[in-house]
Design a protein around this ligand. Sequence first.
Ligand code: FA5
Length: 347
Amino acid sequence: MSLDQFLTRLDQLQSDAESAFTSASDAAALEEARVTFLGAKKGQLKDIQKMLGGIEKADKPAAGAKLNAVKSAINAAFEDAQQNLSGGDDSGADPTFDPTLPGTRPSLGHIHPITQTISHLTEIMGRMGFEVAEGPEVEDPWHNFVALNIPEDHPARDPLDNFYLATAKDPSGKSSVSAGDEGSQLLRSQTSTVQIRVMKQVEPPIRIISLGRVYRPDAPDATHFPMFHQMEGLLVDTNVTMANLKTVLRVFANNYLGEDVEIRFRPSFFPFTEPSVEVDFLWNGTWIEFGGAGMIDPNVFAAVGYDPEKVSGFAFGLGVERLCMRRHGITDIRDLYSGDLRFLKQF
Ligand code: FA5
């Protein structure tokens, strides 16, 4: 056979194979075409390959090269056809991947129960006209003690009863009692500091709440934690009475804990209120203390530059954790801060 004849046969074979592969309508037809052209024993390519022996020695390299090129082209045509039949050109796709199956849901976190409680309390007090005020957690002794009528020699200022910062110059706060004069700083032990900051900034009438963290060296137990939250309330106006205070706290308790909750005042002492009371709510037949309250002491008004003869007001401070625990039936405050998702996911 001449070289020309050989090359023509190869071209013809390539075009026959390509059209057979593309026209195969299913896997069985394609397999049949494959056997016809690429079959190891009786395939047409094999037949032509056998004819290579009859080619002139000088023409053999050209004939061999063409044979290899046609072989590759036919194999490629077969693979293309195979892929088209199996649904598209997504070469490299993982055959075990099923795009119709539902995906893996990313796990979303949610708001911590104390943050939820803060929002809820803010919303209830907002309906009674109380706006939110913010104050720093790191305080100076003037705001934390002096302005709240806690003098230098008062036991509440004991360094062991407060978290003073390492930068503190004089934890006992001895040298000075005026605003900004004292060098020591400490973590606030109550949100009552915000009363002072607000009254220093604005004139009455005032109606604010402030919710935030406070710190005390209390040993943790079921109802105590060294870091906890308080909701401070402050109302300053003219002719404010304890009846106003009791009404606001009762309406609050009825909204947060339930219509049947009763409220009771027990005589108490806070340096910055006079008279002072402990606030108890009657919950499921038991009286439970939620915080302290009272009428603003005239000394506090004087410290912030108000005339105690003209203005009057009340303040209260409630434990946010204790409120949250009551409402949700939580029996141990430490669960709120353990970081245990099995607990937190329930809220
Ligand atoms: C005060 O802190 C006053 N500042 C409240 C106040 C404000 C009185 C305005 C008058 C006018 P007391 O130390 O009692 O008061 O704390 C208030 C509430 O915080 C407590 O009733 C309790 O609910 C909560 N509380 C106190 N210590 C802890 C603690 N270690 N862990 C969790 N909650 C606490």
